[in-house]
Design a protein around this ligand. Structure first.
Ligand code: GN1
Ligand code: MG
Length: 361
């Protein structure tokens, strides 16, 4: 706590800290809620230690975030939107005028906590439509950002690259876990050519990259108490990617009937109703800029993301759990199996998914 207070002293706006609570979400960064004595009530901030092993260019990452949040802020102002500080994140400057503070090897940042905001674990079909609309809007607002953004994690949603990482981990078998997972590695390999179609379209010049969020899950959205979406958070991975990344990755968590690390595979299925409402909302705000091929690939992306996540969790399991935070020894394997099961469930529903997207065109 003393050490954290010392860090906070470099952000002059913060003032006198009363209390600091860890927020135990997210698999990558460390996050805290900071309570500060205000004039007549307590104010709060969010303090984060950015994982510099995962994100190797933090000045570049913070520059992305500054560009994105100021662009969105400008758009909201132009639209005459009320209450803007609750609709886009605001990061504090350090005494040196930077949006992050470096303490030896560690990088810290602080944002204003949005009063009255909360996160949700589940969606109803009605709220899924609104959330879809908001993500489409987020992408639409960023579609005319001229400044180039860096890839904060190079090849982040590149399926070919993720498979090459898996194959490297299989080759090394660093901690002797391969013999227990041969079957799922084979399953993954059987589908790999099909799951890498987007990278091929990109090389052929048919599919563009656009600025996407790249970590669209329900827990990365803030709601007000009445359930209205306020703001999209966790902007570390905002970068150029295939536009369907945000669509597919969101449904990976939102339309899964179980948590992403569900050990009982029987509980995992794909909720078609959530898919339809989300797609409807997304389409209404994104159709103005989506190309026909991008629309055609939306159902594919719903299968791609559980598949990619299975590959990523399994790779980390084979490497000895060096990337994702785990709660127990086999956690990454349980996650990989759960995601692979979701992928299989999505595949079974592919004809229905395609028919629904066609009906929206
Ligand atoms: C990581 O840290 P968190 O929970 O926001 C990961 C995502 C994965 C997700 C799986 C930078 O996100 O890509 O989809 O875990 N973020 C990074 O839950 O790797
Ligand atoms: Mg994240």
């Amino acid at each position: 706590m003393e050490n954290l207070k010392e860090i906070l002293r470099h952000f002059p706006e913060v003032g006198e800290v009363k209390m600091i609570d860890p927020i135990p979400t997210g698999l990558i960064n460390r996050t805290y809620k900071v309570y500060v004595a205000g004039e007549n009530k307590i104010r709060c901030y969010i303090l984060q230690c950015i994982n510099h092993v995962v994100f190797q260019d933090i000045p570049g990452l913070q520059r992305n975030i500054e560009l994105v949040t100021s662009h969105i802020r400008r758009k909201l102002e132009e639209r005459g939107e009320p209450d803007i500080d609750r609709k886009v994140l605001r990061f504090l400057k350090t005494d040196e005028g930077l949006s992050y503070y470096r303490d030896k090897a560690l990088y810290w940042r602080v944002s204003a906590f949005i009063e009255g905001s909360e996160t949700r674990d589940e969606l109803t079909p009605r709220s899924a439509e609104l959330v879809g609309l908001k993500f489409g809007e987020f992408e639409a607002m960023l579609s005319d950002l001229d400044e180039p953004l860096i890839e904060t994690i190079p090849n982040f949603h590149n399926m070919e690259y993720r498979l090459s990482q898996l194959h490297e981990a299989v080759e090394k078998d660093a901690v002797g876990r391969l013999s227990g997972v041969r079957a799922i590695v084979d399953d993954i390999d059987r589908n790999s050519v099909e799951m890498c179609c987007a990278e091929r379209y990109y090389r052929e010049g048919k599919l563009p990259k656009r600025i996407c969020h790249c970590d669209t899950k329900i827990s990365n959205m803030l709601f007000d108490r009445s359930g209205e979406v306020l703001c999209i958070i966790d902007l570390d991975t905002v970068m150029p990617a295939f536009v369907f990344s945000d669509f597919g990755d969101f449904l990976r968590s939102a339309a899964n009937t179980a948590p992403e690390d569900e050990p009982d595979l029987g509980k995992i299925s794909f909720n078609q109703e959530i898919f339809e409402s989300f797609a409807k909302g997304y389409f209404s705000s994104a159709k103005s800029f989506l190309l026909p091929l991008e629309i055609e690939l939306l159902p594919f992306s719903v299968a791609l993301f559980p598949y990619m996540q299975a590959v990523r969790f399994l790779t980390d399991y084979l490497n000895g759990d060096v990337y994702y935070r785990i709660d127990y020894l086999e956690h990454n394997l349980v996650r990989a199996r759960a995601q692979y099961k979701l992928y299989e469930e999505v595949r079974k529903k592919m004809p229905e998914l395609k028919a629904y997207i066609d009906s929206l065109r």
